[in-house]
Design a binder for this molecule. Structure first.
Ligand code: S3P
Length: 424
């Protein structure tokens, strides 16, 4: 499906931001480890999270899906077979976290995915899992991964990457391993795994950049999933750059390991306010108000990168509308996402008139420059590129045609409806 974006009138109104993808994956996976019935409120409708449910069904979970986005997972008969073939689709989180879960289960599990996922690096999880004694076959450290479950032993692993997927994979392997499994990371990545495991009664502790876990049984407790700040980010950016906009985004996850986008917007001089904050299932949640703002360029690098890694494409769009230069560095892992997000972003934003230059570990943008549009752009099968290009189109002089816009369904199938709501 191709979509044409036109210059927008002011965005006004309120949106209830849909469910967080990272937390939805974890809620469903951890529910499957309880051996009981778990109700999850506000489960994501994104294709990635549906892939996780498909895997859980293959693993023997019974899943009821209700129209109000509640799901119930019954895992009393889960993980009983000897052989599993598990389709992760486009979802890196499914593949990397299930690898950690399945490494210690008595079965041979094949985790496979689509062509994008089959190109993504899996060495980052294969190495630590092998250190724990896992038996994994792979093709040059890429999927499909064939995991022959084995009794694992605890390790103390120093991850070279600030990656929540790597950290979570090791913690989930440690959850079913006698002794203390320890993982540390160079900077703090999103900590939903730690928080939800703690909420469900796991023996886990966190000290700065180090997490420790011991073999534990999880309790079947109801889980409520907040809105996804990575989805909210597109409306935060759009609200800040479309003249005269004033938008309120409700029920947004405000876990500090995810709020780098808010810090960047504040540093750019945006008119942004947190209206209300509470704790739901061990996660901070609140409402955010954003108004059209005169932005200035900023430098982004170091420990903030994992706190906004998924928001960097839309931050590039913000930077194009900010006075002065924005430099993004220390973000080389962006090249290993659903697409090479540095190369693809730079090529497509340049087409519509953004002054952007690729660097090895990020990009440099000169603002404020007019986006001329009037051309066709590609999203390279990458949902976040598609939505970032859409936001750029809202301030473009001539329309922008985005090819294959259906890729937004990976994380945010409701995106166009939400955008239309703010424009009506
Ligand atoms: C995710 C972690 C991030 C992020 C991805 C989701 C997660 O990846 O980019 O979209 O749910 O753990 P890394 O932690 O590998 O950087």
């Amino acid at each position: 499906m191709d979509v044409t974006v036109f210059q927008s009138k002011p965005l006004k109104g309120e949106l209830i931001i849909p469910s967080d993808k990272s937390i939805s994956h974890r809620a469903a996976m951890f529910a499957s480890l309880t051996g009981g019935r778990v109700e999850i409120v506000n489960y994501s409708r994104g294709a990635d999270c549906i892939s996780t449910l498909g895997i859980l069904k293959s693993l023997g979970c019974r899943i009821e899906v209700f129209s109000d986005q509640r799901i119930v997972i019954d895992s009393s008969d889960a993980y009983r077979n000897d052989i599993y073939k598990l389709n992760c689709g486009n979802s890196g989180t499914s593949m990397r976290l299930f690898a950690g879960i399945l490494a210690s289960k008595e079965a041979e599990s094949t985790l496979f995915g689509d062509s994008s996922l089959s190109r993504r690096p899996m060495k980052r999880i294969i190495l630590p899992l092998e250190l724990m004694g896992a038996k994994i076959k792979h093709s040059k450290y890429c999927a499909p991964l064939i995991i022959k479950g084995a009794e694992l032993f605890p390790v103390s692993y120093k991850s070279p990457l600030a990656s929540a997927q790597v950290k979570s994979c090791i913690l989930l392997a440690g959850l079913n391993t006698y002794g203390e499994t320890k993982v540390s990371e160079p900077f703090k990545s999103r900590n939903h795994t730690e928080r939800l495991l703690e909420y469900m009664g796991a023996d886990i502790s966190v000290d700065g950049l180090t997490c420790k876990i011991r073999k534990s049984k999880l309790e079947p407790k109801e889980i409520s999933v907040c809105g996804d700040i990575s989805s909210a980010a597109f409306f935060l950016a759009a609200g800040a750059i479309v003249p005269d906009s004033d938008v309120i985004l409700k029920n947004v996850g405000l876990n500090p390991t995810r709020t780098g986008i808010i810090d960047v917007l504040k540093n750019m001089g945006a008119q942004i306010e947190i209206l209300d904050k509470k704790l739901v299932c061990n996660e901070e949640v609140g409402d955010i108000r954003i108004k059209f703002s005169c932005l200035k360029g900023v430098e982004i690098g170091g420990d903030i990168i994992p706190r906004l890694i998924d928001e960097l494409p839309v931050i590039a769009v913000l930077a194009s509308q900010a006075e002065g230069r924005t430099v993004v560095k220390d973000a080389a892992d962006l090249r290993n996402k659903e697409s090479d997000r540095i190369k693809c972003l730079v090529s497509e934003l340049a087409k519509i008139g953004v002054l952007i230059q690729e660097t090895e570990d990020g990009f440099i943008i000169e603002g404020k420059n007019k986006i001329h549009g009037g051309c066709t752009v590609e999203c390279y099968h990458d949902h976040r590129l598609a939505m970032s290009l859409y936001v750029a189109g809202l301030v473009s002089k001539s329309p922008v045609l985005i090819k294959d816009f259906q890729w937004v369904d990976i994380s945010f199938p409701e995106f166009l409806n939400y955008m239309n709501k703010l424009q009506s």
